[in-house]
Design a protein around this ligand. Structure first.
Ligand code: ZN
Ligand code: ZN
Ligand code: ZN
Length: 404
């Protein structure tokens, strides 16, 4: 594996990070307009968007998640309002959408009932005969929805995702650029970890180092760092624990963080020899590694515009099945990624939606032999008119290192 530590490459990477894009306000205006058009098409009166990726997507406002209600009220017609607690009025006014004049900030005082503020903003949107239909964000806490339901007994609620998924599922150029920077930063972390000392350390210790390295390489925050060593590599979502990493075994590293709000998510499998030439990977391991690598590369190659999402899954599953390990590939092939680490589209049997240019998703087949070891290889892939492009460029061949 080539090390990406040369000074020139590092300078170039840092320059790219410094020049990382932000989402321009014109883009936010487009998204709000797209959401209003979606409301109109579906006959909804308004979207009620609580704290989370949907709010960030529409307004650029990265609110603190607490029990106090923060809510974008986006009616099909009329001004949009961002309802926020008074003590957060200042960051709300400072949010990209507010600064661009795309919404009004409605601050509620500590003794106000914010649900009544929202209800007031919706007043007059339903005739006396017709109940209004409202789209509510998936991530809003149930307690807020329950209060809204009792304050608005004539309203019906449905998922705002029916309106927003079509927008969020196709990435803007700035989003793609942020995803690419995040992917490359995670690649550098993998490279650094794979070539550093591993044997004799606990998984938790390595996991901690990864989270710090994600920030050192340009992420705003490290999000997760799965370190599955030896038999733990057979557990796809293994929580890094106090097992001590040894020679003559693999480790699966599945890591990610957030950069400018966008996620990285990359997995590589490493074999540790401890410097003993006889402690290399056994034949069974090499066989499953090759299956997974072929499945990952064929599935990636199939991710062209128009390919049903489930077809990409079946390409990977077919290859692993032909090697006799269908039963040990125990998860879907991939998931969309953007403001959320897992989002539409899901590459799974039953999802016949064709992938389109601008979609970004993981392709991450694996084979897990319980009690022994496992292999997974994961990249984030961008679907383009010209074909699939991997945003990660860490080498996909088995990384064999001494781990010392
Ligand atoms: Zn996972
Ligand atoms: Zn992952
Ligand atoms: Zn993933």
């Amino acid at each position: 594996m080539a090390r990406s530590g040369s000074t020139g490459e590092r300078t170039a990477a840092l320059r790219a990070l410094a020049a990382r894009p932000t989402i321009p306000s014109g883009r936010l205006a487009q998204r709000l307009l797209g959401a209003r058009q979606g409301l109109d098409r579906r006959g909804l009166s308004a979207l009620l968007i609580g704290i989370g990726a949907d709010l960030l997507y529409l307004t650029g406002y990265d609110a603190i998640l607490t029990e106090r209600l923060t809510m974008l009220v986006l009616p099909a017609v009329g001004p949009a309002s961002l309802v926020v607690p008074r003590l957060e009025a200042s960051p709300a006014h400072d949010s990209p959408a507010a600064r661009a004049g795309l919404l009004e900030v409605a601050a509620w005082d500590e003794t106000d009932d914010p649900i009544q503020v929202v209800a007031g903003l919706l007043a007059g949107r339903a005739s006396s005969e017709n109940a209004i239909r409202l789209g509510i964000s998936d991530r809003l806490w149930a307690i807020h929805l329950l209060r809204l339901q009792s304050a608005l007994p004539r309203a019906s609620f449905e998922s705002a995702t029916s309106v927003l998924r079509h927008l969020r599922i196709v990435k803007d150029p700035e989003e793609v650029q942020l995803l690419r920077l995040a992917a490359r930063a995670a690649d550098r972390v993998l490279d650094r970890i794979a070539h550093g000392p591993l044997i004799g350390r606990t998984e938790a210790d390595v996991s901690h180092e990864i989270l710090e390295a994600l920030v050192a390489e340009g992420h705003d925050v490290g999000d997760f760092a799965i370190v599955g060593s030896g038999p733990n590599s057979a557990s796809p979502h293994h929580a890094a624990g106090d097992r001590v990493i040894a020679a003559g075994e693999p480790i699966v590293l599945d890591i990610g963080g957030l950069l400018g709000g966008y996620g990285s998510d990359v997995t590589r499998t490493i074999w540790l020899t401890g410097g003993d030439p006889k402690a290399g990977p056994d034949e069974e391991f090499l066989r499953i590694y090759e299956l997974v690598r072929d499945a990952q590369s064929e599935a990636t190659g199939s991710a062209r515009p128009g390919t049903p999402a489930e077809r990409i899954d079946s390409v990977a599953r077919g290859i692993i099945g032909s090697g006799g390990h269908a039963a040990q590939f125990i998860h879907r092939t991939g998931h969309g990624i953007g403001l959320e680490g897992h989002e539409d589209p899901y590459l799974v049997e039953g999802n016949s939606e064709p992938v389109r240019a601008g979609m970004t998703f993981s392709i991450e087949p694996g084979v897990y032999l319980e009690g022994r070891y496992g292999v997974r290889i994961e990249d984030i892939v961008l679907c383009t008119e010209a074909g699939p492009v991997s945003l990660n460029d860490a080498p996909r061949d088995l990384i064999v290192v001494d781990g010392l």
